[in-house]
Design a protein around this ligand. Structure first.
Ligand code: HEM
Length: 82
């Protein structure tokens, strides 16, 4: 394996980003915004997986050049994984 499973990343994101009144529409918006930013700017302070996984895989290299529509598709797909 080169990276954690995307199902695990999806679960982690939903745990990390918890909305106080549990409004799923707001959570979806915030999680998807995080994902779209993370694709080309994976910040090592906010890696969406447990620390052991960061040790094992490191922080991913930025994926440059996706259009906003492509990032939106990735974000929507990842949201749906868990
Ligand atoms: C918001 C969460 C994440 C998103 C949206 C994301 C997105 C992506 C995308 C779009 C690629 C390129 C895939 C391709 O070129 O076919 C990629 C590659 C990769 N990501 Fe992430 N990723 C996420 C989280 C992570 C995490 C948490 C790790 C590891 C700690 C990770 C490790 C990697 C690695 C190692 C690759 C390169 C895989 C290869 O060499 O084929 N990613 N990621």
């Amino acid at each position: 394996m080169k990276a954690p499973t995307m199902r695990m990343v999806s679960m982690r994101l939903k745990m990390m980003i918890h909305i106080h009144n549990e409004d799923e529409d707001i959570q979806r918006k915030v999680v998807k915004a995080f994902i779209k930013e993370y694709i080309d700017d994976p910040n090592e302070d906010y890696v969406p997986c447990p620390p052991e996984m960061v040790e094992k895989f490191g922080v991913m290299t930025p994926v440059k050049g996706l259009t906003n529509a492509q990032k939106e598709a990735v974000a929507e797909w990842l949201w749906e994984q868990f």
